[in-house]
Ligand binder design. Structure first.
Ligand code: FAD
Length: 451
C-alpha cells in the first residue's frame, strides 16, 4: 500500500505531539513533509522562560529535532515559511517550492500582538515568542548595565521580566490595568505578586499607559508614558497578547473566525484540512495553554487514521514558572449573581487563597504563596463536585476533609497566629469559629488590606 501524503505547517508543540501519536500507531502509513518558519525543529516553548533565566539550556528543551523527524521518514523544510495553500489543487507552497498533499495539518500557532506605538519598529523592540527572542534577551542582559522595559504584566511579561532580572538586568514592567495578571488574579493576589517582584528588584508601574518608544540611531532608547515619564531602556519587550496565526487559512478560503474554525475532530471547513493548536477556534474558544493543544493533537492524529475521537474543552490551571513566586489560578473568579467567595489571608507569610463557589460547586480558585492544594481544588472544579458537605473547611484543603465530619474549629486552631480568614472586610478567627467561613463580595475586596 502506498503511503498517504501528509503536509504539516508549523513544527510547534501541537504538531510535534500529533506526529508522535501518528507514528506510534501507523509508523509506515504516511509520508510527511513538515514546514517550519523557524529554522529548527520542535522544542518545548513553555520552557523558554527557564532558558531565559539560565535554569536550562536550549538543547535541554528540544523535543523533536531533525534527527527524530529523519528517523520517522519526515521531509523537514525548516526555515521555510508557507506562503499559500490551494485546497482545490491540494498543494502547499513554501518559499522554496510546492508540495502536494492528501491531507494537510495546519499548526501555525499564534503571532504576538505588537502595539503600533510610534517607534515599535526600532531595533531592540521585540516580542517574547520563540528561541530567537529569548536569545536576544540573553544577549542584551550580557551587556554591563543593560536595562529592559517589559510592556505587559501578564504571565508572559512577568516571566520575561523575571528571567532578565535573574541575569542581572535592571527591569521595569509597565502594565496598563491596576493590578498584575488581571486575567488570572484578583487585585489582592495581584498586589502580593507585585510586592514579591519588587522585592526581587523588578520595578512595576501599574496603570501606566505607554505612549511612544523613543529611539536613537535606529535603536530603542526609552519608553515614554502618556504622563510624560521616560523610562530608559536598551531592550523593550512587548508581551501584550497573542493572535491566532490564521493568514494562510483565510487566504485559502477556509472558515475563519477569531481562529481557524474546527469541529470536534479538528477538521476545518475543508474535510482534507485539519488544524490544531493556538491557531484554531473550537466552539467559539481560543487556546493559549499547552494542555488542550495536546488533546487536540491526539484527536487530529486519530482523525487522520480514521479512528473515532472528539476534542472536549476542559477547565485549565495556570502557574508561574520562573518568578520564584508560588501562584496557582484556575477556573472562573469573576463577580456574579449567586457567586460566593471564601478567602484566606495570611499577610505575615504572604499567603492568599480565594475560592469561588456557585450552587454548591467550586468554580474558581486563586492561590498565592501556598499552592500545595492547587491540584485538589482543580479536580473539584473539573469534576463538578458538590462541596456543600465540606464547605466550612474547604479552604484548608484535602487534609481537613478525610472521612470524618469537618471541624472548622480545628482548622482555625491550626492556623498561624496572624492568619485571617473571610473577606477583606475584616472577618476574623472568632467569626470563623462561630459561623464557619462566610461568603464575601469580591467587589468589596481592597488590595490594601492584604499588603
Ligand atoms: C515564553 C512562553 C512561555 C509559555 N508558558 C506556558 C506555560 O507555562 N504553560 C502553558 O500551557 N503554555 C505556555 N505557553 C504557551 C504555549 O507555549 C503555546 O500554547 C504552544 O506553544 C502553542 O503551540 P502551537 O503548536 O499551537 O504553536 P507554536 O508552538 O507556536 O508553533 C507554531 C509553529 O508554526 C510556525 N509557523 C507559523 N506560521 C508558519 C508558516 N506560514 N509556515 C511555516 N511555519 C509557520 C512557527 O514558526 C512555529 O514554530 C508559553 C508560551 C511562551 C512563548
Amino acid at each position: 500500500m502506498s503511503r498517504k501524503r501528509l503536509v504539516v505547517i508549523g513544527a510547534g508543540m501541537a504538531s510535534g505531539r500529533a506526529l508522535e501519536q501518528l507514528f506510534a500507531t501507523e509508523p509506515d502509513g504516511w509520508h510527511v513533509t513538515l514546514f517550519n518558519a523557524e529554522p529548527r525543529g520542535s522544542y518545548n516553548r513553555i520552557m523558554l522562560s527557564p532558558v531565559l533565566s539560565g535554569e536550562k539550556s536550549f538543547d535541554q528543551i528540544i523535543t523533536h529535532d531533525a534527527d527524530w523527524y529523519g528517523q520517522h521518514g519526515v521531509t523537514c523544510r525548516f526555515g521555510e515559511r508557507v506562503t499559500a495553500i490551494d485546497t482545490q489543487a491540494r498543494t502547499v507552497t513554501g518559499t522554496k517550492g510546492t508540495v502536494a498533499y492528501d491531507k494537510l495539518l495546519i499548526a501555525t500557532g499564534s503571532d504576538p500582538f505588537v502595539i503600533p506605538l510610534p517607534g515599535h519598529d526600532l531595533a531592540g523592540v521585540i516580542a517574547y515568542r520563540d528561541a530567537d527572542d529569548t536569545r536576544r534577551m540573553i544577549d542584551a542582559a550580557a551587556q554591563p548595565g543593560a536595562r529592559a522595559v517589559v510592556i505587559g504584566g501578564g504571565l508572559l511579561g512577568l516571566e520575561a521580566a523575571a528571567g532578565m532580572r535573574a541575569r542581572g538586568m535592571a527591569v521595569t514592567v509597565v502594565h496598563l490595568p491596576g493590578h498584575l495578571m488581571e486575567r488570572q488574579l484578583d487585585p489582592a493576589a495581584g498586589e502580593l505578586l507585585c510586592h514579591a517582584l519588587e522585592d526581587k528588584g523588578i520595578t512595576v508601574r501599574l496603570g501606566a499607559n505607554s505612549a511612544e518608544i523613543i529611539g536613537k540611531d535606529g535603536h530603542v532608547r526609552a519608553l515614554r508614558l502618556a504622563d510624560g515619564t521616560e523610562i530608559p531602556c536598551d531592550l523593550l519587550v512587548m508581551a501584550v497578547g497573542i493572535r491566532p496565526n490564521v493568514a494562510l487559512a483565510t487566504h485559502a478560503g477556509l472558515a475563519v473566525g477569531r481562529g481557524i474554525e474546527v469541529d470536534d475532530q479538528m477538521r476545518t471547513s475543508h474535510p482534507d484540512v485539519l488544524a490544531i493548536g493556538e491557531c484554531v477556534e473550537h466552539r467559539g474558544a481560543l487556546f493559549g495553554l499547552v494542555a488542550p493543544l495536546y488533546d487536540q493533537a491526539r484527536v487530529a492524529a486519530q482523525t487522520l487514521m480514521g479512528q473515532p475521537a472528539a476534542f472536549l474543552q476542559k477547565t485549565l490551571a495556570t502557574k508561574l514558572k520562573v518568578t520564584g513566586c508560588d501562584l496557582f489560578s484556575t477556573g472562573d473568579f469573576e463577580a456574579g449573581d449567586g457567586r460566593e467567595d471564601i478567602v484566606f489571608r495570611d499577610p505575615g507569610r504572604g499567603i492568599y487563597k480565594r475560592l469561588v463557589i456557585e450552587r454548591d460547586r467550586l468554580i474558581g480558585a486563586v492561590m498565592y504563596g501556598d499552592t500545595a492544594d492547587g491540584n485538589w481544588f482543580f479536580g473539584l472544579i473539573r469534576d463538578g463536585t458538590d462541596i456543600s458537605a465540606m464547605r466550612e473547611t474547604l479552604i484548608f484543603g484535602p487534609a481537613y476533609q478525610g472521612g470524618t465530619q469537618p471541624d472548622p474549629s480545628a482548622a482555625v486552631a491550626a492556623l498561624p497566629h496572624d492568619a485571617d480568614t473571610g473577606g477583606c472586610n475584616g472577618t476574623v478567627r472568632r467569626t470563623l469559629s462561630a459561623w464557619g467561613l462566610g461568603s464575601t463580595d469580591p467587589r468589596t475586596t481592597s488590595p490594601r488590606n492584604v499588603a
